[in-house]
Every structure is written in structure tokens, then in C-alpha cells.
Write a protein of this length. Structure first.
Lengths: 352, 434
């Protein structure tokens, strides 16, 4: 008896399921038909050419009702886009969209593609239907402009909800809609932009870079930032504060008993670091805390040597006024003055 | 679905298909991977769109050894080349730019200075000087019709630019008449107007009208299909300024003082007989250079006129030095660089970055390392901030040793309507485009 009931139940469930699925597909298909022509006319410029994919593949196959409907809204995003791009491919030779577009366009396209992909790969945290509808409305505004299609019948619940989401945004400018769309996606998936920018740095073929790199021509390259390879170098927090000019933190460290004479593994004091990076206020602070103005690092260089090498004139002058030794030689026998390319009369004068 | 683009799908990036297994961190990772993948397919797809219609090596033909090297399409009779310009959107019109006119070159200069190539982070923008543009656009046998502008009909404002110059480029044993395409620039406000492709088509048409059917060009993006992919390297000459303006960064554990010492150069050059190239050196330099370039698979075929134009020093445009043996007075070695400053965007202390770009270097007697160190020394003496070089020709042999660091810029070389069977290593390439 129990088994009989179970069997009946599962048959019933199966029937309900297939009905829902069929219904869903029909909604999506009819929706696409309704809007294909408009989309096609309006997507120029903002649309990236994505590989065509069968929209049915994106429909979640065996999830439960509510989630299924939510996902379908996103999935449909993808399918509408794909179809429209596919259609415009057939356009004549003079249709060049996608080769150039603004950063916002590209960002928006990437965001929509990401949302579609997220839905297809079922990575979507269960985002509320409201947000999905909101995204949908913004998407339609961005790609097609204000809603001008007639309201779907009350029986088509999903279609109607979507229509309302679009319609209520009125005549919002497409740029604003794109921006809002991107903002929402960024809020939902904070990491998606991160993924993009990481890619940006490493890659040479990213669409976002197209704006500055252009479709053709030379390239502006800057240094790749390389972390110092792990050697035995050691420094303490106080050196870091001096290097970054963080006076409050440095004061706290001193109050907590850290010595201003503390040396890092290269023999540099906080004063060396502050001079190296050119933080004059930090230098004054360290001097007022009795930092050794003539401290030598492992190469025998004093803060004044650093100031001379880095051509920090104001700092060198200050150090000299604080009675820094201008004639002290480092391990290579160089005086600060000897290391300095510029001509600082006050330094030479006092070194004689 | 993103995977359906075969050329971009990388198996290791397949996102976790199991929704229950998504720990937060793990799902972040997959989201990143997904974002990257979408990005890749977007950019690949985007490129296909224009370039699939063009006679260039296509990605799908990669590794297909049955296709012959050489022209992809045969020349058509000149009478069949489209005689009238391509259509522009209605508000715009074509012009041919007379680079000799001071007024015109100023307009071109302003367009490029405000709208040309920037770095990824929009901190720098190329600032080709007027003298440089005149030099780059007026080589022997140039065609005025290949200097193409687009302006607004009503305001006459110049809003886009593209150029070609003729060059004989040798590919293996064949010397081919080509156009070098460069300076494609569209005003920032018009980037969504889709002007670039029609400009490329228009310059192609005008090149065809001169009975030339091949072209060489570079890009920072991957298009179908690179002949070679090179990397930029940078040698700091003025490290403090480069760090201040954000061109390079100072590691947390590195001192400015040590960095400055690291990049110090001698006060003067060390090679006996090292001097600036002069007009009477043209025949000797031509011989030296032709001989040297013959070892590369793709290289320019320079005659004396070309050498005089491209390599005779021009102040703030191109510098060339050579080694004249003190005993025999033979010209044994040669090095050169061109001057390409950039605007520094949004820095209070500096407005211009002065960069030298390695051009053609030949060493037969002086070690290349020493020759290039002398080149760095004169560049430093002349107040350049940085010396840049691609890893083309034999450059790789001195880059690391002379303290060049890798750049974030890749430069892809392309040939139009000429198929090369296998992608070349940078060291097989003997061509530098400006």
C-alpha cells in the first residue's frame, strides 16, 4: 500500500515537473520572438560578439520550481544577447560593432555575460526574484531603451513581472541603466570585477584594455612589479612606520618601548628609512626623539649619505643643520658630498 | 556556454559544477575563473568579427602546414580597386593630411597627444613630437594619400587619423613591398562610433591603389594572427623620477638609495672610437646593417636612402652611434634609439617622461653588452628617464645583464595578406615599427 502511494506520488511529481519545464521553455521562446527584432536594432556598440550558444543549454534542467524560475530570468538574459548578436552577424559588411566601444559599454557587456554565465553554471547564490527582475529591467533599458511593448496577459506571470520591471524604469538613460546594472552585479558578486582586473594585469588580450591600447599600433608598457625575492632581509614595524611616514604609529611604538636606534638586518635605523623615502616631518620627529643622526648602516652610510644619493636637498640641509657629519666616509670611502650629483654649496662649505 | 568558443576554453578553468560544494572561498575562485573566461571569449569573439573578413592568417589555420607561405590573396587589377572612399557616418569626411603644413601637423599632433595610446592604468600617454611625426611619415617614396584624417564636416575638427608608409620588408628570401600602418587614433569621444575598421579599410584601399598588397603593423591586443609576440623591457635611467611618477615601483624592502646606486651609469662611454653617426657613414652603416639583418626571417630591406632617412641622427627624434676602429677606421658596430616622450597624466611634479626606444643595433667587434651599455650611457647623459627595448633580434642577450626589467606590455607583430607558417620567436624578427 505504502509503495503504491509512493509510486503515484512520484508519477504526479514527474508530471508537474514536465509541465513546468514545458511552460518555461515556451515562455522563453515566445519572449525571444517578441523582442528579437528590437534587440537587434539597439544592441550595436554595446554588445560584444560572444560565441553563439544554444539558449536551451542554459536552462537549468532539474532544479525546483522557484529557483528554476529565478534562474531562467538570468539565463534568458544570456540567450537574448546571444541571439541578437547572432542575428547582427548576418548584417552587411559595414556593420562594425564591437571593434570599438566605450569602457562602460565593455564593462556592461562583461557584466551581462558574467551574470548569464553565473546562472548557467549555477553559481548564483539564490538571488532574490526582485533583484533578478531589477537586473532584467536595467538590461532592457540599456540595450533597448524605454519599454514600448504591450503588457503581456495576466496569465503569463513571469513575462508580466518582467515587463513591469522594465516598464517602471521609464525613460532612464541607457548609460545610467548600464551603470546601475554593473553596480548591482558588483554588489552580488564582489569578486567578479576582481577577476577581471587580475586578468587585466596578466593578460594582453582583454577587452577592457582595448580602449587604451587601441585596435592597432604601439603599446605603452611599464615595469612589471616584482616582489623582492625572499632573502634574509628583516625589518621591524618601526622601520615600516618610518618608511611610510606614519608618525602616529611610530610614536606609539616608541611609547611602547621600541628603540629609535633599532636597526634592520642591513643596519638601517628608522631615520635611514625616513630619509630614504623623503618624509621630512618623520625625520624631525625622529631627531626630536634623539635618533642618532650619524648612525651607520652595514655599508657605513649615514642618513646624510642617503639624502645625498637620493638628492633630497631640503632633507640634507636639515640634517646638516642638525650637525650631521658631512665628512664621514662610508665603507667605500665616499663622503655624502662625494655621492651627490648636485652642487649643494652649504654641504661642501661645511665639509671643508 | 562560454566554453563553446573553442579557442578560449582552457580545461583547468572549468568551474565546479557541484553547487553544494561551494565553500565561500572556493566559489570566489570559480567566479574569478569564470570572469576571466568570459573576458577571454569576449575579446576573442570581438576580434574575430572584423579580422575574419580580412586576408590575414586565421586562428583556425594555425599549425596547418598544407597552406603555402606568401600572399593570401592575389593582387586584383588596379581598375578593380574601389575608386571612391568608403562611406563615413554622415557628420564626418575624409581628408588627406599634408604633414608639411605646419597647421596640419599641429592638428595631428594635438589629436594624438590627447587621444593616442595610454598604459593600462591611464597614467601615461604617448606624446610623439611633430618632428618625429614628420620623420616617421616622410620616408623615401612616401605617399601623401596614405596620411589619412577624418574630420567633422561642420567644425572641421580633426577627430581621427591613420597612416601608412611604404617599406620593403624581406620575409625569408622574398623582398615584399609593403605598407607599414601606424598612428591609428580615434578621438576619445568618438570611440563608440566604430570608425577604426572603416579607417583600416580606407587605408588598405589607398595602399592597393599604389599597387601594394601587403602591410605590416603591430598591436597590443591579439588579433588573427601574430607573426611574432614580443615583450617590452625597461632600463631605468632616472629611477627616482620613474618611481615618483609611477612608471616603476619601489619594493617595500628596497631603499631608494640602493635603487639609485643600482642603476648608476658611467660618466662617459668606454668603447674607443664610439661616436655619433654622420652623413658620410651612410654607405658603411648600410653595408653593416644589411649584412646583420640578413639573418632574421622578417626584416626591412634597407638601402642607402632608407638608412640616411631612418638612421642619420635627428635631434630629439633618432640617435645613432657607431664604433669606428681607431686603427683601420672601419665601421665595426652600430647602435641607435628613437625618442618617444610620453605625457604623464596627473602628476604634480612632472609632465613628461622622456623615453629612448632601442632601434637597430649591430655588433661585429665590440661586445653587444658593452655597445649597449655605451648607448645607455649617452641616453642617460642626454636626460632620458628610461631606455626601452623589445626582445627582438639579439636584444635578449643583453637585457637582463644591463638591468632591464620586464614590462607589462606585449607587442604583437602582424602581416596583412601574407601568411607565415609558424609563429616566429622574437629573436627571429629583425623589424622595429615606431
Amino acid at each position: 500500500m505504502g509503495e503504491w502511494q509512493q509510486l503515484l506520488q512520484s508519477i504526479l511529481l514527474g508530471l508537474i515537473f514536465s509541465y513546468l519545464l514545458a511552460k518555461l521553455i515556451s515562455i522563453v521562446v515566445s519572449f525571444k520572438d517578441d523582442n528579437l527584432s528590437i534587440t537587434r536594432a539597439r544592441t550595436a556598440g554595446s554588445d560584444q560578439n560572444r560565441p553563439e550558444s544554444d539558449s536551451k543549454d542554459e536552462l537549468p534542467g532539474g532544479d525546483l520550481g522557484a529557483a528554476l524560475e529565478v534562474d531562467s530570468v538570468i539565463a534568458e538574459h544570456g540567450s537574448v544577447r546571444n541571439e541578437s548578436v547572432h542575428a547582427s552577424d548576418v548584417d552587411d559588411d559595414d556593420d562594425w560593432e564591437g571593434v570599438e566601444s566605450t569602457e562602460l559599454d565593455e564593462m556592461f557587456s562583461a557584466a551581462t555575460a558574467f551574470v548569464a554565465a553565473a546562472a548557467a553554471d549555477r553559481l548564483s547564490q539564490k538571488v532574490s526574484t526582485d533583484v533578478q527582475l531589477q537586473l532584467y529591467g536595467l538590461y532592457k533599458i540599456a540595450t533597448e531603451g524605454p519599454c514600448s511593448t504591450p503588457q503581456p496577459s495576466a496569465l503569463k506571470m513571469t513575462a508580466r513581472a518582467k515587463w513591469q520591471a522594465w516598464q517602471k524604469l521609464g525613460a532612464m538613460p541607457p548609460e545610467e541603466a548600464m551603470q546601475k546594472y554593473i553596480d548591482i552585479v558588483t554588489e552580488l558578486y564582489p569578486s567578479w570585477v576582481g577577476g577581471m582586473t587580475t586578468k587585466n594585469k596578466g593578460g594582453d588580450d582583454d577587452a577592457l584594455g582595448v580602449d587604451s591600447k587601441g585596435p592597432m599600433g604601439p603599446v605603452f608598457s611599464t615595469f612589471v612589479y616584482e616582489e623582492d625575492s625572499g632573502n634574509d632581509f628583516k625589518m621591524d614595524a618601526i622601520h615600516g612606520f618610518a618608511r611610510e611616514g606614519e608618525e602616529d604609529n611610530l610614536l606609539k611604538a616608541i611609547e611602547n618601548g621600541v628603540s629609535v636606534h633599532l636597526k634592520d638586518s642591513e643596519g638601517r635605523t628608522p631615520l635611514h628609512w625616513a630619509v630614504d623615502r623623503g618624509h621630512i616631518k618623520m625625520i624631525e620627529l625622529l631627531v626630536s626623539k634623539n635618533a642618532d643622526i650619524n648612525a651607520k648602516d652595514n655599508e657605513g652610510q649615514t642618513p646624510l649619505h642617503y639624502a645625498a644619493v637620493c638628492e633630497r636637498e631640503a632633507i640634507a640641509e636639515y640634517l646638516v643643520k642638525q650637525n650631521a657629519d658631512t665628512s664621514v666616509k662610508d665603507n667605500d670611502g665616499n663622503t655624502p658630498c662625494g655621492l651627490c650629483d648636485s652642487n649643494w654649496p652649504w654641504m661642501q662649505w661645511s665639509s671643508k | 556556454m562560454v566554453d563553446s568558443n573553442a579557442s578560449s576554453g582552457s580545461p583547468e578553468e572549468t568551474p565546479n559544477p557541484n553547487p553544494d560544494g561551494n565553500a565561500p572561498s572556493e566559489s570566489d575562485v570559480t567566479l574569478d575563473a569564470l570572469a576571466r573566461k568570459v573576458q577571454e571569449s569576449l575579446s576573442l569573439g570581438q576580434k574575430h568579427k572584423f579580422w575574419e573578413t580580412q586576408p590575414v592568417g586565421q586562428f583556425k589555420d594555425l599549425g596547418n602546414s598544407s597552406l603555402p607561405e606568401g600572399p593570401i590573396e592575389d593582387p586584383t587589377p588596379l581598375s578593380e580597386v574601389k575608386q571612391e572612399p568608403y562611406n563615413l557616418p554622415n557628420p564626418y569626411e575624409w581628408i588627406t593630411c599634408d604633414i608639411n603644413s605646419e597647421e596640419m601637423i599641429t592638428e595631428v599632433y594635438n589629436l594624438l597627444t590627447n587621444n593616442y595610446v595610454e598604459d593600462d592604468e591611464n597614467m601615461f600617454r604617448f606624446n610623439y613630437s611633430k618632428e618625429f611625426l614628420r620623420w616617421a611619415l616622410h620616408p623615401p617614396g612616401y605617399f601623401r594619400s596614405w596620411h589619412i584624417g577624418v574630420r567633422v564636416k561642420t567644425s572641421k575638427k580633426l577627430v581621427a587619423f591613420i597612416t601608412g608608409v611604404p617599406a620593403r620588408i624581406r620575409v625569408r628570401d622574398n623582398v615584399v613591398n609593403m605598407a607599414e600602418i601606424n598612428f591609428l587614433c580615434v578621438h576619445k569621444k568618438l570611440r563608440s562610433k566604430r570608425l577604426a575598421p572603416v579607417m583600416i579599410k580606407e587605408v588598405t584601399r589607398r595602399v592597393h591603389l599604389e599597387n601594394i598588397w601587403q602591410a605590416a603593423y603591430t598591436a597590443g591586443v591579439i588579433l588573427p594572427t601574430p607573426v611574432s609576440t614580443c615583450q617590452y623591457w625597461h632600463r631605468s635611467l632616472n629611477p627616482k623620477k620613474l618611481i615618483d611618477v609611477g612608471f616603476s615601483r619601489l619594493g617595500a624592502r628596497m631603499t631608494m638609495s640602493r635603487t639609485i646606486k643600482l642603476y648608476k651609469l658611467p660618466e662617459s662611454t668606454v668603447t674607443p672610437g664610439f661616436r655619433k653617426m654622420e652623413l658620410h657613414d651612410v654607405p658603411a652603416v648600410t653595408r653593416l646593417l644589411r649584412n646583420y639583418l640578413s639573418q632574421f626571417i622578417v626584416a626591412p630591406d634597407f638601402d642607402e636612402n632608407d638608412v640616411e632617412h631612418w638612421l642619420l641622427p635627428k635631434e630629439n627624434v633618432v640617435d645613432s652611434y657607431l664604433v669606428e676602429s681607431p686603427e683601420t677606421h672601419d665601421i665595426t658596430d652600430f647602435c641607435s634609439f628613437y625618442t618617444l616622450p610620453s605625457s604623464i597624466l596627473g602628476n604634480q611634479n612632472y609632465s613628461t617622461l622622456k623615453a629612448a626606444y632601442s632601434y637597430y643595433n649591430v655588433s661585429t667587434k665590440t661586445p653587444l653588452l658593452q655597445l649597449m651599455n655605451d648607448a645607455l650611457t649617452v641616453a642617460k647623459k642626454n636626460d632620458y628617464d628610461v631606455f626601452n627595448a623589445l626582445d627582438v633580434m639579439h636584444n635578449e642577450s643583453f637585457l637582463k645583464e644591463l638591468k632591464f626589467g620586464p614590462g607589462d606590455g606585449k607587442l604583437h607583430y602582424y602581416l596583412y595578406n601574407y601568411r607565415i607558417r609558424n609563429e616566429l620567436k622574437p629573436s627571429e624578427l629583425g623589424l622595429v615599427l615606431l
